[in-house]
Design a protein around this ligand. Structure first.
Ligand code: HEC
Length: 249
């Protein structure tokens, strides 16, 4: 989004502008916290939804990816074999056969600040604009243990079963940028997507986790600069910055 540069003027003009900006920011904040979503239902009638590229191959990939334990050799998950399958699964949009959030949403506020006469926008989100897709096992677990009325949730909940999977697609924030977009008709943008498989026998944190998007490369063998892994064993080093503290996710 291009932010227009505000020209300097008299004090009153500056004040009026600041007030306007503050009001706009407040409106934006109220709007975003009201939980509204970009109007998109009508847009979906004028474009072609992107579906899984090859249903048969997708079913095969899902079956393999849901059992990471089969990729363990000499006590190690063979990520050089597992991760390319994930790449193909994501590239073919195989997860788009699953149930999913009705639409994409912001995962944090988006603010505008006036600094030296110039508006600076900042997204304070965890996961950009997100829409999550749930495999059948994952969805069944959620229906049972995450009812709309949480007071009705069973006690002593088990963690999601091994083999449950999730994919979260992402787009550059804020959601307002995407007004009119039918998310079914577009791929995630450069922000990419994340992929999760539950397996508490193979992985120490109970999950295989990965970012996937433009520029993604398998984490094994490691790159020349030996970076933190954004894909791999135990939810990967990057994801556990935030996701390590929970049992279920
Ligand atoms: C900066 C902290 C942070 C990092 C790093 C992070 N996450 Fe998240 N993640 C969150 C938060 C907070 C949420 C909940 C956001 C919301 O629902 O608004 C979330 C939500 C999710 C969800 C959706 C869960 C659900 O039940 O809907 C998935 C899937 C996910 N993260 C996977 C990952 C993966 C895989 C990685 C690593 C590539 C990762 N995350 C890195 C903070 C983080």
């Amino acid at each position: 989004m291009r932010i227009p540069k505000i020209r300097s003027g008299s004090w009153t003009r500056q004040f009026a502008l600041s007030l306007g900006v503050l009001t706009a920011a407040a409106v934006l904040l109220v709007w975003s916290t009201a939980g509204k979503t970009a109007p998109q239902a009508s847009a979906c009638t004028t474009c072609k939804p992107l579906k899984p590229a090859d249903e048969q191959r997708c079913a095969q990939l899902e079956e393999r990816l849901s059992r990471p334990a089969r990729f363990v050799a000499r006590g190690q998950a063979q990520l050089d074999k597992y991760e390319p399958l994930m790449q193909e699964f994501m590239e073919k949009l195989c997860y788009r056969a699953w149930k999913h959030d009705t639409t994409a949403r912001d995962t944090g506020p988006y603010t505008a600040t006036l600094v030296d006469g110039q508006l600076k926008a900042q997204a304070y989100n965890q996961h950009a604009v997100s829409r999550v897709w749930y495999s059948t096992l994952m969805f069944e677990w959620m229906e049972r243990y995450r009812p709309t009325d949480e007071s009705k949730a069973p006690s002593n909940q088990p963690a999601p079963p091994n083999g449950a999977m999730m994919v979260k697609e992402m787009w550059t924030p804020p959601l307002a940028r995407w007004a009119g977009t039918c998310f079914d008709c577009v791929r995630p943008d450069g922000t990419g997507a994340v992929f999760w498989t539950r397996d508490d026998i193979t992985f120490s944190t109970g999950w295989f986790g990965s970012w996937y998007g433009p520029g993604w490369a398998p984490d094994w063998p490691a790159g020349a600069s030996n970076p933190l892994t954004g894909s791999g064993q135990g939810s990967s080093q990057f994801c556990v910055n935030c996701h390590a503290a929970t049992i279920s996710a």
